[in-house]
Design a protein around this ligand. Sequence first.
Ligand SMILES: C[S@@+](CC[C@H](N)C(=O)[O-])C[C@H]1O[C@@H](n2cnc3c(N)ncnc32)[C@H](O)[C@@H]1O
Length: 266
Amino acid sequence: MSARCEREAGADVRKADVDDGGTAMRRWIQLTGVAVVLAGTLVVVTRSKGTAGNGARRVFWSAFAGVPSGRLGTVGARVLAKRSSYFAAMAEELALQPEDDLLDVGCGAAGLLAQHASQVRFVAGLDLSEIQLRMARQNLADRIAAGTGEIVQGDATVLPWDDGRFSVVASLDCVKFLRDPAQALREMYRVLRPGGRVVLGLGKRVKNEAESSTVDVWGEWQWSDADARRLMDEAGFVDVVVSFLHAGPKEQLVRGTRPGAGQGLA
Ligand SMILES: C[S@@+](CC[C@H](N)C(=O)[O-])C[C@H]1O[C@@H](n2cnc3c(N)ncnc32)[C@H](O)[C@@H]1O
């Protein structure tokens, strides 16, 4: 190589280094900016008081975790997707069998379905959030391609499946965000076949009955054990058990069964 070519090649390498450095710096500034804005929003929201404060908290929490949307939702969905210990604990409660057809209502990024339902016959996830649905379709791409899985956009209170389509229904931290939790439970009952089982991670459990069946400052329903059981009874489930999800001491868990043919609700 001539001395001139060597000089030019050296200059190209240095320019590439400077470009890489510039890109890295811009990316660092952007990330720091997003982190500062998120931290600031969190501080303002958690410290705000009164009705307006509750409103701010609910708007923030709804976009972050309730139905993830916008930039907050992108961060929220990534954080939620990392809760592997919750998915593992749910899978244990579900006691999945190879012949099961499993529905996850409010499936989020399909962490539970992708990580713990490889052995079941069919998996379906339903969610409202575009961000979550995108992640879910990526996480479940193999099963969707194989025709043994689907991810559907929809509302938990109007499930788009025929009666008795599934043998198991799961839902982790979704029911507490719904406007009409009782209607969602009726829908879960409807799409379960007789003898099918449901397992729900409901969220915060309250001991004070006066606070039970109310929506808290973050916009989440909260139930006492007695009211959680009543919700399940009223939807028609039998063999109802109220306990905790073993991933988090505060996560209330309910399980129940749709009665077999000839028992319970039609
Ligand atoms: C806290 S996230 C939990 C997601 C997932 N189950 C997990 O544990 O990672 C609540 C999820 O419920 C979904 N969701 C909220 N309201 C819904 C509705 N009416 N119908 C369907 N999904 C809903 C949200 O979009 C969100 O993905």
